[in-house]
Design a protein. Structure first.
Lengths: 294, 265
């Protein structure tokens, strides 16, 4: 069964593009990664699902119900965590969470304390006095306290330290095991890879494709920057799987896909002064991964 | 109900401050009444030196300052002005605040319809307004009783006071409509002041020019205190216009807010 069904959803803000003909489904019980660079239309899609904004054309259904006509009904079962959280500054955390809980029927109040405990959140503080990361925790608790059937996360990890990110991922996984479906938007491929079953990729307002995560994982791109002691020729690094190779005297840059040991073997007997291996950003992956397909 | 209570909590403090402000102004004016009423003849003489247009604009020509109701009607113009500013500010803020403070995402993604949000917010504003009016009118009666040694017409006095609520409701409704039409309101007070003083200046013009039709375009002209004192009644046609406009503004507020895109943070 599909929890989310998006059909040719289009949104223009006046003349500027939001999203164009976006269609995809999210199945019940899965964690669906929704990735794309900033400004690609992730938030626009999510905000339409939550009827914060209205589509120019197309439609979206959640739990088989129309997002606009039956929005109120649908939102009973949704937990939403926006990328940037803002709450009423003068309220204390516990009051905000109780206010949030008051919108839902049959909320188990002890769940608030349980979640706050896990996220290490001080309930007595005023919202105004919280750091950005702590506000984010408030966002996580208010998004999960009613045990929603669908969890929508819009770039949820910004502002959380790695330890909290891990706790947060554990929480989401736990909810997912209990049956919650998750729509997880991010521009960081690695965190999506860790969590998700399937991913949808959006670029310039259009869905590029929807893939099984394993398909993406097999294309394991790494971005290399090697500073050699002595100048080398470009020829030296012409390996299978190397692309975007640029050599400027002693500095070598390229993107590599394949067995990393092959690169290591190449630099093994050379003296290098620096070596940086990074995850390429999404733009770069799009470039390489989709150039072939197009 | 939860949104209604939340709104009450968030706006109560401001309502209290504004009410205290109005009562302070009232008290300040009223303590001067015994002196002014005693020297009414002298006052009248001073006022007669005013250019007639100015006297008309300020409503001084028709009010008998030696009586309590006459004097009260004169100062009430300024009470009305403050009350209108408060109402307009509340009207503009109550929906736009969520967008300005970026809390709209929180509220609108809850299982509550936008119609219910607007209703809860209007109800809470009107509740505070009613309380403000009750407290203010009670204070006005008490203060007037203290400063006036002669009995005054309680009926007329009450009618003058009732116009505060009627004008305030107009400004709330107008503020609400403005707030949903405008895309994003950065600061509330400048718009509030601009609109309220705009209407107030129209009223000064209206009184100065004594043009029948001009009176319809500013709520400050709907309830002429001099006429209330004279006839001990409010004019039905202006009550009707006032109420009709309030209903129209409110209806459009609901319609527009229901279709509005919430700007992302």
């Amino acid at each position: 069964m599909n929890v989310i069904e998006i059909n040719k959803l289009t949104k223009y803000y006046g003349k500027s593009r939001g999203i164009i003909d976006v269609s995809f489904d999210v199945k019940e019980g899965e964690i669906f990664g929704f990735i794309g660079p900033n400004g690609a239309g992730k938030s626009t899609t999510i905000r339409t699902l939550l009827s914060l904004i209205y589509p120019t054309s197309g439609s979206a259904k959640i739990f088989g119900k129309d997002c606009i006509k039956q929005g109120e009904e649908i939102r009973k079962e949704i937990g939403y965590l926006p990328s940037e959280v803002f709450y009423y500054d003068n309220m204390r955390v516990i009051d905000l969470l109780k206010y949030s809980a008051s919108f839902y029927k049959n909320v188990n109040k002890s769940r608030i304390y349980e979640l706050a405990e896990i996220m290490n959140l001080d309930l007595k503080k005023k919202i105004d006095d919280l750091s950005y990361g702590n506000k984010k925790k408030v966002g996580i608790v208010q998004g999960l306290l009613h045990s929603p059937k669908l969890i929508i996360l819009d770039e949820p990890t910004s502002g959380l330290d790695p330890l909290m990110q891990q706790k947060f991922f554990d929480l989401i996984n736990e909810e997912n095991k209990k049956g919650a479906t998750v729509l997880f938007s991010s521009h960081i491929l690695s965190e999506v890879q860790k969590m998700c079953d399937r991913v949808g990729i959006i670029k310039d307002g259009k869905m590029v494709r929807v893939d099984d995560i394993h398909t993406l994982q097999s294309a394991n791109y790494k971005k290399f920057r090697i500073e050699m002691k002595e100048a080398v020729t470009a020829e030296y690094f012409k390996l299978e799987g190397v692309s975007d190779l640029s050599v400027d005297k002693t500095t070598v840059n390229f993107i590599f896909s394949g067995d990393i040991n092959k690169v290591i073997a190449k630099i093994h007997d050379k003296t290098i002064s620096n070596l940086i291996v990074e995850e390429p950003d999404l733009e770069e992956i799009f470039m390489h991964y989709y150039e072939k397909e197009a | 109900m939860n949104v209604y209570i939340q709104e009450l909590k968030m706006s109560a403090r401001s309502a209290i401050y504004w009410t205290i402000g109005m009562i302070s102004l009232l008290a300040m004016f009223m303590v001067m009444f015994p002196i002014i009423s005693k020297d009414a003849a002298l006052m009248q003489q001073v006022l007669s030196k005013f250019p007639p247009e100015l006297a008309r604009a300020l409503g001084l020509n028709t009010l008998d300052m030696s009586t309590l109701t006459g004097y009260y009607a004169f100062l009430f113009t300024y009470i009305l002005l403050i009350g209108a500013i408060y109402a307009m500010k509340s009207g503009i803020s109550i929906l736009s605040e969520e967008i300005r403070e970026k809390t709209a995402d929180f509220l609108i993604t809850k299982p509550i319809s936008r119609t219910a949000i607007v209703t809860a917010k209007i109800m809470s504003t009107v509740t505070l307004l009613l309380l403000q009016n009750i407290v203010f009118i009670a204070s006005a009666f008490i203060v007037s009783g203290i400063v006036s040694d002669k009995p005054f017409d309680k009926n007329v006095f009450m009618l003058i006071n009732v116009t505060l609520l009627l004008v305030q409701l107009f400004f709330i409704a107008f503020g609400l409509l403005l707030s949903v039409i405008m895309k994003k309101i950065k600061t509330v007070l400048p718009i509030t002041m601009g609109v309220v003083f705009g209407f107030f200046i129209l009223q000064l013009l209206n009184q100065s020019l004594a043009d029948e039709k001009l009176a319809y375009i500013t709520p400050f002209a709907y309830f002429d205190t001099a006429q209330i004192i004279e006839t001990a009644s409010l004019k039905g046609n202006f009550i009707a216009v006032n109420l009709a406009l309030i209903i129209i503004f409110t209806a459009f507020t609901y319609i527009i807010y229901n279709k509005k895109d919430i700007p992302s943070v």
